[in-house]
Design a protein around this ligand. Structure first.
Ligand code: SAJ
Length: 404
């Protein structure tokens, strides 16, 4: 009897779980693997450990119908997808140890004709490196496996839609691998599938996010220039964007999230001499957060000199971008921490309307904070903040264009 699943998904996180649920929804047997036993138990109970619209229903249905099950260990299948994190180590060097561990974990299971795909954001050459590892350990399978790279490109908050509808770039270690991977994605993806080789597909993902980082750095650089030149940067960008071939992004308090502030380092670390703009963009976007924190400090001291008392300060927003509850790698959180380090018994209100409570920050309602504080620091352009009617005596530091 052969009841092996068709697909093994290694890594059931922000991308792996939605992808596993999507494939299982199509009536394909998926065996999900995660090192965290509580994640495995949650999924097997038909529940999710990730907040993402429509995901809970997709997982519940897939588990209930018996198409998705999770475990801490892999089993034999025909297709293996590696969707594990690739963080970076000290000195901003990428760490592919999870990809390697996942690959080693399936080595004894691999057989002729299997398809092995990496989706994790990876430095250029990772897929070929894993191919060499597989070939070293399983010389019997040289030339008998299909090995490819296919990055995900979904926006958190819209994952279930974008997984199906976004175009995908798919690159094999050889022509046959590319074709085999294309045939696999065709079953689940409605977006166009673009063929290339593994190295180009790996670089493509890194370049997409680096491109956005560079463009945001340009906007952030303008905001620093305009601050000195006494020009409203928001008005300036709006006017410049009236040109038919100019499209400047928005400055902010820095760049956060798990992708745009991370992926460029994967290029800089491997090609330091060549990636001048990409590396400098990272520096500018990091500096912008530091600059914002310094601005708050200066405003505080100026208030003290002028009014003869300490101001109360409202820090508006902690999330890494507008209208989400995700605080990881958030420049706003970094600024809040930095400002609080210099707090000196000052009175602060910390505001994040998208979360109820936080284990470090004591949160205040946004209306109450805006009413009580002397200095209001807008860090994230949450919709709620745009509805505030601020009294004229407030000192406002608007780092994200609330008042533009
Ligand atoms: N930001 C600005 N100014 C802007 C736009 C964004 O300062 O004009 C800031 C945001 O506030 C945030 C950061 O940039 O701190 C990143 O936000 P984002 O919305 O640009 O991107 P992410 O990190 O949520 O998702 C990105 C997406 N990549 C691109 O748009 C090129 C997504 O498609 C990728 O799948 C994702 O990274 C990923 O997983 O790589």
């Amino acid at each position: 009897m052969n009841n092996q699943p068709e697909v093994v998904m290694i890594g059931l996180g922000y991308i792996g779980l939605p992808t596993a649920a999507l494939i299982a929804q199509g009536g394909v047997q998926v065996h999900g693997v995660d090192i965290n036993p509580s994640v495995v138990d949650t999924i097997n109970a038909g529940k999710t450990h990730i907040v993402e619209p429509s995901l809970d229903k997709a997982v519940a249905t897939a588990v209930e119908k018996g198409f998705l099950r999770a475990s801490t260990t892999a089993v034999q299948a025909n297709t293996y997808l590696i969707v594990v994190p690739t963080p970076f180590k000290a000195k901003n060097e990428p760490d592919i140890s999870f990809v390697e561990a996942a690959t080693r974990g399936i080595l004894p299971l691999l057989k002729e004709g299997d398809l092995y795909i990496i989706e994790s954001t990876s430095p250029v050459g990772t897929t070929e490196k894993m191919m060499r590892l597989i070939h070293e350990e399983r010389p019997d399978l040289v030339g008998k496996l299909f090995i490819a790279y296919c990055p995900e490109r979904v926006l958190p908050g819209n994952v279930m839609y974008e997984l199906v509808h976004n175009d995908r770039v798919i690159g094999g270690v050889d022509e046959a691998s590319t074709e085999k991977a294309i045939a696999f994605y065709k079953e689940h993806v409605k977006g166009k599938l673009h063929k290339t080789n593994a190295r180009t597909a790996e670089m493509c993902k890194l370049v997409e996010n680096s491109s956005r980082d560079v463009q945001i750095a340009f906007a952030n650089e303008l905001s620093l220039i305009c601050d000195k030149a006494d020009i409203n940067v928001w008005e300036l960008i709006e006017l410049a964007n009236k040109h038919p071939r100019v499209n400047i992004l928005q400055p902010g308090c820095g760049v956060g999230g798990h992708c745009i502030a991370v992926d460029p380092y994967f290029i800089v670390s491997d090609y330091p001499m060549e990636s001048k703009i990409i590396g400098t963009a990272r520096e500018i976007n990091n500096y912008k957060s530091f600059w914002c924190a310094e601005k708050v400090q200066t405003a505080k001291l100026e208030f003290q000199l002028k009014e003869g008392r300490k101001p109360s300060i409202a820090i508006m927003g902690l999330a890494f971008k507008p209208n989400i509850d995700d605080l990881r790698e958030s420049p706003a959180k970094y600024i809040a921490q930095k400002v609080l380090q210099n707090a000196n018994n000052d009175s602060y209100f910390i505001v994040e309307p998208n979360i109820k409570s936080h284990n470090v920050f004591k949160l205040t309602n946004y209306k109450e904070a805006a009413e009580k504080a002397d200095i209001i620091v807008f860090l994230v352009a949450h919709d709620e903040f745009k509805t505030l009617n601020l009294s004229a005596d407030k000192i406002v530091l608007d780092f994200c264009g609330i008042l533009k």
